[in-house]
Design a binder for this molecule. Structure first.
Ligand code: 5GP
Ligand code: ZN
Length: 114
């Protein structure tokens, strides 16, 4: 049995505020937004983290980033700009073990982020 909350969101078993969906990708609003715009972009298939990526995922990861541009347009941040973040593992601050890309926007951000 798959206890992954993001797999359950993709399956519609946990409700989410969908922003974008296609055959491979699902994007939805973060439940605890850390910026005016905060969306999570995930593959529909379960991959735990960047550490589990394989050569067979090349096309999928490329597709996610191409989708990100479309999602930015939907969210109205394409021109103003945005930040895409992946947290990996404990030190990276990953709390959900289904690979995901945060999209932050709607306001300017500083750098470095820590
Ligand atoms: P991480 O810390 O793993 O990079 O990010 C996980 C993100 O998932 C967090 O920003 C957290 O707020 C979000 N999150 C956790 N559970 C849920 C949920 O059930 N629904 C939604 N929409 N977001 C969630
Ligand atoms: Zn999953």
């Amino acid at each position: 049995m798959n206890d992954c909350i993001f797999c359950k969101i993709v399956a519609g078993e946990i409700p989410s505020q969908k922003v974008y969906e296609d055959d491979y990708v699902y994007a939805f609003k973060d439940i605890q937004p850390q910026a005016k715009v905060h969306v999570l972009i995930i593959p529909k298939v379960h991959i735990s983290s960047v550490n589990e990526l394989e050569d067979s995922h090349k096309e999928l990861i490329g597709h996610i980033f191409i989708s990100a541009g479309k999602i930015a347009e939907i969210l109205g941040v394409k021109e103003s700009g945005y930040r895409i973040v992946n947290n990996c593992g404990k030190d990276g601050g990953q709390t959900v073990n289904h690979i995901h890309f945060h999209m932050f926007g709607g306001e300017p951000f500083g750098w470095p982020p820590f």
